[in-house]
Design a protein around this ligand. Structure first.
Ligand SMILES: *Cc1c(COP(=O)(O)O)cnc(C)c1O
Length: 416
């Protein structure tokens, strides 16, 4: 337990030391982009630095986070689950209760306010599962901006409901058929669009990934998760937690929770990647297990590639964790030993999904269920006085059909 009780009240304004001016977290991160985008990225970085210290920007962001998005989210004591696991007290940070159903809107909202400051009239985004696309289409509707979302054709089929949601919100969803027709190709198309239309267009990137300033900016817009959780646990338990747990796709919900606690030496942190069918099968998205250092889509970080440097296919039951690279700040935090990284398999995540549904009456997103699987492993080993905070990054409405297939069999009917 840490004895520090300092609180950080300001929203993204508190100045963390990293990254440096070039976007480096130690030897990770940076700006690996075509020359044509450098001016736009520099403009974005400068405007963001100004917005961060502009009280009018902060006030508008805070008010919308409160009235439109639904912040602050509760820090919920999962009493029955705690009793069942028989160890540490488990608290869930309820990002699943936010407008559009996940943490992603914290970032989408922050970025569209920036786009407005920059005088941009058109928004583009990439999406895999469709959650970021929905969050972006939502804020674009709210601010009356044109919105184009790039999505792999395969993902559009798998996530048809989210495609419909985006279209109802007034966005144009463009199918990407290149390569594997999933998230990586959608990012490439969004980058190509941005290069072409950079004067009128802002690219709302969906995770703590890509070229500087995105990993920093996306982190800062999600820090509100950890800032709230820190205040809430201090108020309720009068001390800091012993362990934080969050799932890691690109790494935005996890860095949002972890970052405001990084200086609290007594707080352990575990990031959970997607172990898919298991690390040895090669069918997973656990970059820190069997991955290597490389450059993908603007940033230097850990990724899954073969010996020729070709990006490997990834697999996860949760589309939101199914990406070959991890955010560069996580690569740095792993190297520093400040955050531990592990994985949960599809089966373990589905088990966590069912358990939370049954025991707490909360259907979690399959992504978040990876974090829940790790809580199941850790809580029983800890004492009853210990405290775990797990980030419930999203709700499971989008996943019920897929989960039912796994749990009840193809027919969707329960097997006895
Ligand atoms: C997209 C998503 C994730 C993974 O993205 P991060 O950037 O790692 O947070 C996790 N949970 C939910 C619910 C998501 O929609």
């Amino acid at each position: 337990m840490s004895d520090s009780t300092t609180t950080e009240m300001q929203m993204p304004a508190t100045a963390p030391v990293l990254p440096d001016a070039g976007g480096h977290f130690g030897s990770y991160g940076g700006m690996f982009v075509p020359e044509t985008l450098m001016a736009a990225l520099t403009e974005l970085t400068e405007e963001y630095e100004r917005a961060k210290v502009d009280p009018a920007f902060q006030l508008e962001l805070e008010q919308l986070l409160h009235d439109y998005v639904g912040r602050p989210t509760p820090l919920y004591f999962a009493e029955r689950w705690t009793e069942k696991l028989g160890g540490a007290k488990i608290f869930l940070k309820r990002e699943d209760l936010l407008h559009t159903g996940a943490h992603k809107i914290n970032n989408a909202l922050g970025q569209i306010l920036l786009a407005k400051r920059l005088g941009k009239k058109r928004i583009i985004a990439e999406t895999g599962a469709g959650q970021h696309g929905v969050a972006t289409a939502t804020v674009a509707a709210r601010f009356g901006m044109e919105c184009v979302v790039y999505m792999g054709a395969v993902d559009m089929e798998r996530q048809a409901l989210n495609v419909t949601r985006m279209r109802l919100l007034g966005a144009e969803v463009r199918a990407v058929t290149a390569g594997q027709a999933t998230l990586k190709e959608a990012v490439n198309e969004a980058m190509r669009d941005w290069v072409t239309n950079v004067r009128t267009t802002h690219y709302i990137l969906g995770s703590a990934l890509g070229s500087h300033p995105y990993p920093m900016m996306v982190r800062d817009f999600h820090r509100v998760i950890g800032i709230e959780a820190r205040l809430q646990i201090l108020e309720r338990e009068e001390r800091l937690p012993d362990l934080l747990v969050a799932c890691v796709g690109g790494g935005s919900n996890s860095i949002g929770l972890f970052h405001p606690f990084l200086k609290d030496a007594g707080v352990r942190m575990i990031g959970v990647e997607a172990g898919g069918h298991g690390i040895r099968t090669g069918e997973h998205a656990a970059r820190f297990q069997g991955g290597k250092l490389g450059v993908l889509q603007g940033t230097k970080t850990w990724l899954l590639a073969d010996d020729d440097g070709q990006i490997q296919l990834t697999h996860s039951v949760s589309a939101g964790l199914d990406y070959a690279a991890v955010g560069p700040e996580h690569a740095y935090l792993k190297e520093q030993g400040r955050v531990e990284y592990t994985y949960a398999t599809d089966d373990e995540a589905l088990d966590g999904f069912q358990e939370l549904s049954h025991v707490e009456g909360i259907i979690p997103a399959l992504e978040s269920s990876h974090a829940l699987a790790e809580v199941k492993k850790q809580a029983p080993k800890m004492s009853k006085d210990d405290i775990i905070i797990c980030n419930l990054s999203g709700r499971g409405d989008k996943d019920v059909e897929q989960a039912a297939k796994y749990i009840f069999g193809e027919s969707g009917k329960k097997e006895s």
